[in-house]
Design a protein around this ligand. Structure first.
Ligand SMILES: [Fe+2]
Ligand SMILES: [Fe+2]
Length: 182
């Protein structure tokens, strides 16, 4: 569990790092306001996951092959603001789906439920505002560019998540993303 939570922690921190990078590139005022709140949410998520790891008697583990690093290998490093927003949109969709699947899993540890619920409650807004920003960018840069970037990172995400699921099955004998048993 500490290893898995360390992966979550790594993804939250890495996400915050990308958002900080975007805040340095962004010029639109309302997007800057949203980016600042978003950074604060992701670093808080990393902090509460870290606290949970410590409460379990562990310490955060170094993760060298987390979601974003694998995404960079599979889909390339996002460079333009449009690519960064597209990559963020894909990562946020994945985070929301993954935390929901973990919460719905028959294997979920009751102690992790409130942690995942509190993180998930922020992810809806992250997805919503990033979607709005991508709509604005489509109006100026072209819908086809936005669509191409989203396709590129969704394809990478499918590869990365299949690999992570295989790693998880190898470690636990199941994945928290498996459909719940009815
Ligand atoms: Fe988060
Ligand atoms: Fe998020």
């Amino acid at each position: 569990m500490i290893r898995l939570l360390s992966y979550y922690r790594n993804a939250e921190l890495h996400g915050a790092g990308l958002l900080m990078h975007m805040a340095n590139m962004e010029v639109e005022a309302s997007a800057l306001i949203n980016l600042t709140r978003h950074i604060s949410d992701e670093t808080r998520h990393a902090a509460i996951i870290t606290r949970h790891i410590c409460d379990l008697g562990g310490t955060p583990q170094r993760v060298r092959d987390g979601y974003q690093r694998r995404m960079a290998r599979a889909g390339g490093v996002p460079r333009t603001l449009l690519e960064l927003y597209a990559a963020t949109h894909v990562a946020e969709s994945r985070a929301r789906a993954r935390y929901a699947a973990h919460l719905g899993s028959v294997h979920v540890d009751p102690k992790v439920v409130s942690l995942l619920r509190s993180i998930s409650s922020d992810e809806e807004w992250h997805l919503k505002w990033v979607e709005e920003r991508l709509r604005d960018l489509a109006a100026t840069d072209g819908q086809s560019r936005v669509d191409a970037a989203l396709r590129r990172f969704r394809d990478a995400d499918a590869v990365v998540c299949a690999d992570l699921a295989a790693l998880e099955r190898e470690t636990f004998g199941f994945t928290f993303s498996d459909a719940p048993l009815l």
